[in-house]
Design a protein around this ligand. Structure first.
Ligand SMILES: NC(=O)c1ccc[n+]([C@@H]2O[C@H](COP(=O)([O-])OP(=O)(O)OC[C@H]3O[C@@H](n4cnc5c(N)ncnc54)[C@H](O)[C@@H]3O)[C@@H](O)[C@H]2O)c1
Ligand SMILES: CC1=C(/C=C/C(C)=C/C=C/C(C)=C/C=O)C(C)(C)CCC1
Length: 423
């Protein structure tokens, strides 16, 4: 299909998503348990924005003319890869769909996308809108299925030309293996994290507390980039812990469809139980439980916003991705020390830095081995900003111009030039 046609379909799709904003947000909350206000005001509008962003790229994708030694005309053609297999998680069902489907279609590929078993609804609904916008039948198919069956079948399929996955590091490794054992299809991975949030000694404590709270508790703590190791300078540590505890106690937990609710339930009983096990391990390993620590209420997978202080780097709660509303606060003395400790992780997805000192910010942003550094901010997810991980947090980048190269093949074409005098 011509690039302009692809662009127009994506633009019409964005309009339809806007028209159906509230239904899509309701499905997202039913499936996932996230606050409806967050889905309706932020996530669905972000979905439409992402589609318009990728629509903008569709007719601006082209190769190059390259000067080479000898009498040759050399050009590159940027071609779609073909059939893209995409596997998405349950924490942001619609946004993960947009990050994957947007670049794939803008570049002219076809897609088979598998949703997470916990959250199948919004992708089915939104795909109906994509067809209404003019996508031809068969260009995108949605599979609602389980990982080890439907997901693995997609990964090992010989007719799938490319895989993109977001989820746990453990499953990411399995996916690479399945690609290697089948047709060596290229794989992009967006995996787990244990992102440091570093509060420097010059920080304004009240704003640092608020930002660190958002960095961890947003989306019930179910973010791959959650600021799950809060490193606080010793000079401001005590004040920070006291205020972080007070902020967590104020967090409104409950029915995600109610106005003003900041935190809904965890996605399912498996995640709920896993988080409670991590909380018990934190207590057993000697961290100080400042607040929370168990179920909120008696019904549903709600967890009290939990804050641990006196957390040490070797504790399980400081190393594993908990994926829940559990903040771990650690104390540090010097910049060199916190850099080493922050980098001592198998993960490298993101980091937050809280300081007004330009030299400190410059040192930290370069020293941290992570794919995103947010300075005096966190979770800014603009469509144009690339996102992805170092180390075991992933391979490749999603969003922004960088994401396009995951979905294009580069073909070099060489033609002899008959009359080199005109070279
Ligand atoms: N990076 C993220 O955004 C993200 C998202 C969800 C979960 N997680 C992490 O993963 C942990 C476990 O959650 P989970 O079990 O739902 O994640 P997961 O990685 O197993 O699931 C993510 C997706 O992969 C699919 N999948 C699972 N096994 C597969 C296989 N063998 N082959 C192909 N596809 C497969 C699932 O069906 C789902 O669509 C969480 O506690 C959290 O730490 C990270
Ligand atoms: C709620 C909210 C925001 C939205 C954040 C989002 C939507 C984050 C998405 C995170 C993802 C996709 C993580 C992947 O694991 C803003 C815009 C920062 C402004 C402050 C309030």
């Amino acid at each position: 299909m011509a690039a302009y046609e692809r662009q127009r379909i994506l633009l019409r799709f964005a309009d339809l998503v806007e028209k159906h904003n509230d239904e899509l947000a309701a499905l997202e909350t039913w499936d996932n348990g996230k606050p409806y206000e967050q889905a309706v005001n932020v996530e669905v509008p972000m979905f439409a924005r992402l589609m318009r962003y990728y629509a903008g790229w569709a007719d601006k994708i082209h190769g190059m003319t390259i000067p080479a030694d000898g009498p040759f005309h050399v050009q590159t053609l940027h071609e779609p890869i073909g059939v893209c297999g995409q596997i998405i998680p349950w924490n942001f069902p619609l946004l993960m769909y947009a990050w994957k489907v947007g670049p794939a279609l803008a570049c002219g590929n076809t897609v088979v996308i598998k949703t997470a078993e916990q959250t199948p609804l919004s992708a089915l609904y939104v795909t109906r809108l994509l067809h209404e916008a003019g996508l031809p039948p068969g260009a995108l198919n949605v599979i609602s299925g389980f990982g080890p069956t439907a997901g693995a079948a997609l990964c090992r399929h010989m007719d799938v030309d490319k895989l993109a996955f977001t989820g746990s590091t453990e499953t990411g490794k399995l996916i690479l293996e399945l690609s290697a054992k089948s047709n060596l299809k290229p794989v992009t991975l967006e995996l787990g994290g244990k992102s440091p949030f570093i509060v420097c000694e010059d920080a304004d404590i009240d704003s640092a507390v608020e930002m660190a709270h958002f960095a961890l508790f947003f989306n019930q703590g179910q973010c791959c980039c959650a600021g799950s190791r809060t490193y606080v300078h010793e000079k401001v540590y005590d004040e920070f812990v006291e205020k972080a505890k007070a902020r967590a106690l104020k967090r409104s937990v409950g029915d995600p469809f109610k106005q003003g609710i900041e935190q809904g339930p965890q996605v399912d009983s498996e995640q709920f139980q896993k988080i409670l096990r991590y909380i018990r391990s934190g207590v057993d390993s000697g961290a100080t439980l400042e607040t929370g620590g168990d179920q909120f209420g008696e019904k549903g997978y709600y967890i009290k916003p939990t804050v641990f202080s006196n957390v040490q780097d070797d504790m399980l709660i400081a190393q594993d991705e908990i994926f829940g509303p559990v903040q771990s606060i650690l104390k540090y003395k010097t910049l060199d020390e916190v850099i080493k400790r922050a980098n001592k992780s198998a993960y490298g997805l993101a980091a937050g830095i809280f300081t007004h000192n330009l030299d400190t910010a410059n040192t930290l942003m370069r020293a941290l081995r992570v794919g995103t550094v947010w300075i005096n901010s966190f979770d800014t997810f603009d469509a144009a900003i690339p996102f992805g991980g170092y180390k075991q947090s992933g391979q490749g980048r999603e969003k922004g111009e960088y994401s396009l190269k995951n979905y294009l093949q580069v073909k070099a074409v060489v033609t002899p030039v008959k009359n080199p005098a005109w070279l």
